[in-house]
Write a protein that binds this ligand. Structure first.
Ligand code: AMP
Length: 418
């Protein structure tokens, strides 16, 4: 016999009740984001590889080693989306959305692909929701998105949140800071890990979020990017912080937070959870005022974030979610000759928005009752010889055990009055 085919490492099947949580969350996300005036955008699951190398940055982990890319039969270089911002911006430019509206507040729920090392909270196929607000350069836009993200978790009763925020200034500031930081780190070059030594040359800012103890010590005395911001950047950032204060949103300014991707500038933020272990970021984002132009559009200031749904599910207190677990009705028949009755009654009750289950395995009465119990239905409808003769059914309340004899034409109204 051939080997059993299994799912690919870092992917997962979502089965049975777990889907109730996913569906609940997806509905919650749609409803929540519409309250802030965001509308959904759906972009393709794969794009031109060039889109990502150009926007995310060729030195980033994502582009240099994590993308699922291939060349198709037509010679096109394609990649499964590793993140959504680049696609949203591509679509924004392509459909001239900036001309249609001075401000575009978009959100997505997407499945993404990165060839990372799988572990708790980190997969190779995973899901994110996020927003991209294109058009406003003002700090109130930053605050709207940060507050939206923070309150999202609060409204799902997720505690132990840690909002970290920083400003990485304009690209010129970042360039200047990159030099200063490199100079500082070069003093310790031989002490740095192999990975950090490579990063020192390619992307030194990434070393700031090292998890290695002795590197953390070195970073403690590194120069702070906030000290290199120009006056305008500083004002923008202090406005963001004072608006957050007035909304009573707790935050920590973290000069080490730079975010991995090239396109960020000015305000960046992350929300972490104490309950997640090493992969503790629930969401992250920031301002990206130059990406639209970088990808060939008109200069458009923008702010966005992306949030992992798998990680959200890990910290969610599932017990308190208003998810109804049971089906409403199970139809039990004592003989297959009553199948037609059973199918007709089911359909008429489904038209009343009830959840109705039929036995499809021609099981015994006892087995059907057992199945009804397993499914935790509130009622069973029993159809047998005597019942059909009298043009009625037995309806059993599974909680109380009470049984009622109900005429065929009264079944619907019986449940309407329940
Ligand atoms: P990023 O797009 O890297 O800024 O990630 C935004 C959020 O997506 C993170 O804070 C995580 O919640 C989630 N995320 C990123 N990468 C993964 C992954 N490989 N598996 C599961 N969730 C992820």
């Amino acid at each position: 016999m051939s080997d059993l085919i299994k799912n690919i490492k870092g992917t997962q099947d979502i089965l049975y009740e777990e889907n109730d949580i996913w569906q609940y969350l997806e509905n919650f996300i749609h409803h929540y984001l519409k309250k802030y005036g965001y509308s959904q955008i759906r972009t393709p699951i794969f794009e031109s590889t060039y889109l990502f190398s150009r926007s995310i940055g060729s030195q980033t982990d994502i582009v240099s080693k994590e993308m699922y890319s291939w060349i198709d039969q037509g010679g096109n270089h394609l990649t499964l989306k590793p993140e959504s911002t680049a696609s949203v911006v591509r679509s924004f430019i392509q459909h001239k959305l900036g001309k249609k509206n001075p401000i575009n507040k978009l959100y997505y729920i997407d499945t993404l692909f990165r060839r990372e090392r799988p572990q708790k909270g980190r997969f190779r196929q995973f899901n994110q929701f996020g927003v991209e607000a294109l058009g406003s350069k003002y700090p109130e836009q930053d605050v709207e998105v940060i507050a939206l993200a923070y309150n999202f978790y609060k409204s799902l009763n997720i505690d132990n949140l840690n909002l970290k925020i920083n400003s990485i200034g304009s690209p010129e500031v970042r360039l200047k800071y990159k030099d200063v930081l490199t100079k500082y780190l070069l003093q310790y070059k031989n002490k740095l890990s192999q990975i950090s030594q490579v990063r020192l040359e390619k992307n030194p800012l990434r070393i700031l979020d090292t998890k290695v103890d002795f590197e953390i010590e070195i970073i403690k005395n590194a120069p702070h990017i906030l000290d290199y911001l120009n006056k305008e950047d500083k004002n923008h950032f202090s406005d963001v912080l004072s608006h957050l204060d007035s909304l009573s949103i707790d935050y920590t300014v973290d000069y080490k937070l730079v975010r991995g991707l090239d396109y960020y500038c000015h305000t960046v933020f992350e929300i972490l959870s104490d309950n997640l272990g090493s992969q503790d970021a629930l969401c992250g984002g920031g301002r990206y005022d130059y990406l639209v132009e970088e990808l060939g559009g008109q200069t458009t200031p923008a702010f966005g974030f992306a949030a992992g749904i798998e990680r959200l599910i890990l910290v969610l207190n599932k017990k308190h979610l208003p998810i109804s677990k049971s089906s409403d009705i199970y139809i039990v028949i004592t003989d297959k000759k009553y199948l037609e009755y059973s199918l007709k009654i089911s359909d008429s009750l489904r038209a009343e928005n009830l959840i109705v289950v039929n036995d499809l395995l021609r099981r015994s009465l006892k087995s059907q009752m057992k199945d009804a119990n397993r499914l935790n239905v509130s009622h069973t409808i029993i159809i047998g010889d005597e019942e059909v003769e009298n043009k009625q059914v037995v309806i059993k309340d599974m909680k109380s055990g009470n049984q009622d004899y109900i005429k065929f034409d009264r079944i619907k109204s019986y449940f309407r009055n329940k």
